[in-house]
Design a protein around this ligand. Structure first.
Ligand code: ADP
Ligand code: MG
Length: 411
């Protein structure tokens, strides 16, 4: 498959060539023709598979195919969850659109709004925005969304995770009903399907799941370990095996923080990334792992999602994900210069059901093994749950403005 065959015009193709891409990625090859045909679209594929160009290229083509009035109302809106992602998308729009007569700008919170307002006043065809700043400027009547023809919800799963669903609903209510809507996501969860039903009109659905051969190539092992032994066991594995560049996944940010602290105490250099850390802090931590400044990066699924993670020799699931697809995303990060990497899961007795649904999804049996010295003793009833996510009001003394007592989105 080549970019030429996807129906893109010469101006766009030459920008793509300049960028150095030879062939479209799977998700690009599947998504681009559907978008050019004018259809609503739900597209899901792992992080790092080129979703940005997957919507940017056809968006540019659709917009440039119609001549524009002088006023340039906003015709395309791209929503992203964070300012860093908004800036990345905007960069892509500029790069691929350099040969076209289209204008674009980006708006996000945390900075002075005046330059953003000025850019919009000058007329833009494409607006890339985070939901909060967009609503803010709209409420001040500084922009109009009444001429939107194309809406892109990028990283839609992260937007949901970050609690943006109400903002998204508000924004959708401001858009014309007659429009094309594209939803891009790294996962294909029930929540994403619900959002799709609510906002998309008879969408084409395209997916690029990692090839099963990739999963098969990874050396996967599952160890049954008692919950209260897991932190000692993982430190022993990493220190004993003299492993470098280890990516560890936890389910919650609390677990990520706790485990990181314990590792550092035991002289295993580590950093944590999760939803409370900024994108730039996450990128820095990843760079530190890659350059061997630290040995271990402890991440939640959400934190890992927006990152372009290079292949690493070791991935450890400290806790299994409760969404089996996340397991595939996690272990897809292992591998080393052509050779296969190693993915290890520490499974406590209460997680065996998660392991079963993972085995079903990947079509591979992962027999439970035992780490010498960490033979499991816990029985299903021994483990209290759920810990960490829900505050226990009886145990802790409430402080007047303690935000931790409010329910927050899971990360
Ligand atoms: P996603 O949104 O799916 O996580 P991105 O759009 O951020 O992925 O792209 C990930 C990386 O892949 C970027 O560095 C991008 O420049 C690169 N990329 C995108 N499309 C292609 C392609 N067709 N060929 C080679 N590299 C590509
Ligand atoms: Mg993306």
């Amino acid at each position: 498959m080549s970019f030429e065959k996807l129906g893109l015009n010469q101006s766009i193709l030459s920008a793509v060539r300049k960028k150095g891409y030879e062939n479209p990625s799977t998700i690009q090859a599947k998504a681009i023709p559907q978008i050019l045909a004018g259809r609503d679209l739900l597209a899901s594929s792992q992080t790092g598979t080129g979703k940005t160009a997957g919507f940017t290229l056809p968006m540019l083509q659709l917009l440039s195919s119609r001549t524009l009035g002088k006023k340039r109302p906003i015709r395309a809106l791209v929503l992203t969850p964070t300012r860093e992602l908004a800036a990345q998308v905007f960069d892509n729009v500029k790069t691929y659109g350099e040969n076209l007569d289209l204008r674009s700008t980006v708006i996000f919170g945390g900075v002075n709004q005046n330059p953003q307002v000025k850019a919009i006043r000058n007329g833009v065809d494409i607006l890339v925005a985070t939901p909060g700043r967009l609503l803010d400027l709209h409420n001040q009547r500084l922009l109009s969304l009444s001429q939107i023809e194309l809406l892109v919800l990028d990283e839609a799963d992260r937007m949901l995770d970050m609690g943006f669903v109400r903002d998204i609903r508000k924004i959708l209510a401001l858009l014309p009903n007659k429009r094309q809507t594209l939803l891009f996501s790294a996962t294909f969860s029930d929540e994403i399907k619900k959002l799709t039903k609510e906002f998309l009109n008879n969408p084409a659905v395209v997916e690029a799941t990692p090839e099963s051969t990739t999963v098969e190539k990874i050396n996967q092992r599952a160890y049954q370990v008692d919950k209260k032994q897991k932190s000692d066991a993982i430190i022993d594995l990493i220190a004993g095996g003299k492993w470098q560049q280890v990516l560890v996944f936890t389910r919650t940010k609390h677990a990520a923080n706790r485990l990181t602290q314990k590792m550092v105490k035991c002289d295993v250099s580590a950093m944590a990334i999760h939803g409370n850390k900024s994108q730039s802090a996450r990128t820095k931590a990843l760079a530190a792992l890659h350059s061997n400044e630290i040995r271990v990066l402890v991440a939640t699924d959400i934190a890992a999602r927006g990152l372009d993670i290079p292949l690493l020799p070791h991935v450890i699931n400290y806790e299994l994900p409760n969404v089996p697809e996340d397991y595939v995303h996690r272990i897809g990060r292992t591998g080393r210069a052509g050779a296969s990497g190693e993915a290890i899961s520490l499974v406590s007795v209460d997680e065996i059901a998660y392991l079963k649904s993972i085995e079903k999804l990947i079509g591979i049996d992962l027999p439970l093994e035992v780490i010498a010295g960490y033979e499991p003793t816990e029985k299903p009833g021994d483990i209290q749950k759920p810990k960490g996510n829900k505050p226990n009001f009886n145990k802790r003394k409430p402080k007047s403005n303690n935000r931790n007592f409010r329910r927050k989105p899971r990360n």
